[in-house]
Write a protein that binds this ligand. Structure first.
Ligand code: F0G
Length: 478
């Protein structure tokens, strides 16, 4: 989208000094200019946040005022489901932000799935992020990081990825032709749907002999050495864009705050961004209550669950006990433990946004749960049967909501929003195996993951190529 067009159509300009980067460590508190490219504090190595001097920003006094932006959707800036909330992430001037039409998403009320979860009618909503241009929620954050990269004059941008980040980055690079994408993936760790996107969009694809956690370490080293702009969610600008997922949820609920937000947890960018969104909305007086947050790990990649629920790691006013974290990682190393789940998007053992997620859990009275691959695939089949469908990692949110309902932590009358992070077609291998009539195929893909049954399978009916037999089969099964 042409930047001149964006500039012409927007009245919002960003004055210098209203946005800055700030170290998350309260004992350090280092501040950085918005134009600096860092993924960690120079002084203490902690994560960075984007922060604002809200007193100098023309934020609407009520959230419902944002509806006027939507009515101006002929303006490219307001058409974007991210940038129509520009006043709530005003780090870049309107004429510099990049949009490819991200964030046109749907909050679907899903009674069939709600029934499966154990909720009363009308209480479950699915925030479907698969409608983004690259098919996952990543575009929300990527347009923000990409806009910052562009502000800083970057010519190359890199990420490590379990697939969706790389697809999103590759898409922004190819649509805008502004940068070259360099993506790092683990070997055999990325679904074909996502890999096919990155390859076709022309990204330089570097396959590391290792997993996502290995690729993440390498991409940080390489980006630093070669001065390449890093767009993983360790980049604080990514999270600014991802805040808007929550703004759109509130918008779809006519600005009523739900009781629960349930989200899969991988690198913990989403949960961190959602927490920051609610912290800021509360600070600005735009909401008067905050939803509870549930972050759902896959059982085969459950670092957050282990640290938060089992070892009691807490935000502790910005000073979590990092000895607990180091100790846990040492244990993983000693066991040579690698993340392992059918939900490949969240197959991550060392989440880079751990600390920010702790802040979100603290602010939103959060809980963390883990769900098995069996629970994920059953929930995914229910999501698909109830409508639009999702990829395996996304279904962790629904499986987690069901578990929390069974535990009595979520009440049947609670209003629950499960975030469906990625499109159903991103990762069809597990779906086809789950519904397969061929038990060898089922076992080959799912057996090693402890998935032993497909309770909600919709199996194809094999018939001879004969009219009578076909008619008999249809009458029998329909
Ligand atoms: N769901 C999907 C579909 C994802 O692709 C990811 C992360 C997550 C959930 C986890 O989100 O990291 O914010 O906790 N995918 C990353 C990637 C890691 O490289 O595409 P998170």
């Amino acid at each position: 989208m042409a930047d001149t067009e964006l500039a012409r159509n927007s009245s919002l300009t960003v004055k210098s000094g209203i946005a800055y980067q700030k170290c998350l460590n309260p004992l350090c508190g280092a501040m950085l200019d918005i134009g600096q490219v860092r993924t960690a504090c120079d002084r203490c190595g902690d994560l960075l946040d984007v922060d604002y001097d809200w007193s100098r920003i023309p934020v609407p006094s009520r959230l419902s005022d944002f509806e006027q932006m939507w009515s101006k959707r002929y303006e490219p800036l307001r058409f974007s489901g991210v940038w129509r909330f520009h006043e709530l992430l005003p780090f870049a001037p309107a004429d510099k932000v990049v949009s490819v039409g991200e964030g046109q998403t749907l909050l679907q009320q899903a009674d069939c799935v709600g029934n499966y979860v154990g909720l009363n009618s009308g209480r479950l909503h699915l925030q479907y992020e698969g409608m983004n241009p690259s098919g996952s929620f990543k575009d929300n954050g990527m347009c923000a990081a990409f806009s910052h990269a562009r502000l800083t004059g970057a010519k190359r941008a890199a990420c490590a990825s379990t697939g969706n980040t790389s697809a999103s980055l590759a898409m922004y690079c190819s649509v805008t032709q502004m940068m070259k994408a360099i993506i790092f993936i683990g070997s055999g760790k990325i679904s074909y749907g996502k890999l096919s996107q990155a390859l076709e969009y022309g990204a330089l694809t570097v396959q590391i002999a290792g997993d996502f956690d290995d690729a993440m370490i390498r991409v940080r080293e390489v980006s630093k050495d070669l001065g390449i702009y890093l767009v993983n969610s360790i980049n604080p600008f990514r999270l600014e864009g991802q805040k808007t997922v929550m703004f759109r949820v509130l918008e779809a609920l006519r600005w009523e705050v739900p009781d629960w937000i349930v989200v899969p947890g991988g690198n913990l960018g989403n949960s961190s961004a959602f927490g920051k969104a609610f912290i800021e909305l509360k600070q600005l007086g735009l909401i008067d209550r905050v939803p509870r947050l549930a972050v759902i790990n896959a059982a085969g990649a459950d670092t957050l669950y282990q640290l938060y629920e089992r070892r009691n790691l807490r935000w502790n006013e910005g000073r979590p006990d990092f000895a607990t974290v180091c100790h846990y990682y040492d244990e993983l190393d000693a066991r040579k433990a690698k993340a392992d789940t059918i939900a490949s998007a969240i197959e991550i053992n060392r989440p880079v946004n751990l600390k920010k997620c702790l802040r979100a859990l603290d602010f939103c009275d959060g809980v963390v749960r883990k769900v098995t691959d069996q629970e994920i695939l059953d929930a995914k089949a229910q999501v698909g049967a109830g409508g639009i469908g999702c990829e395996p990692a996304s279904a962790a949110s629904v499986a987690g909501a069901k578990l929390l309902r069974e535990e009595g932590i979520i009440a049947p009358s609670d209003r629950v929003v499960c975030v469906l992070t990625g499109h159903q077609l991103k990762d069809p291998t597990a779906t086809v195996a789950y519904h397969s009539t061929d038990m060898d195929k089922f076992n080959e893909v799912l057996g090693s993951r402890g998935v032993s049954r497909a309770s909600f399978a919709n199996r194809a009916v094999a018939v001879p190529n004969e009219l009578d037999a076909i008619i008999r089969a249809i009458q029998l099964y329909s």
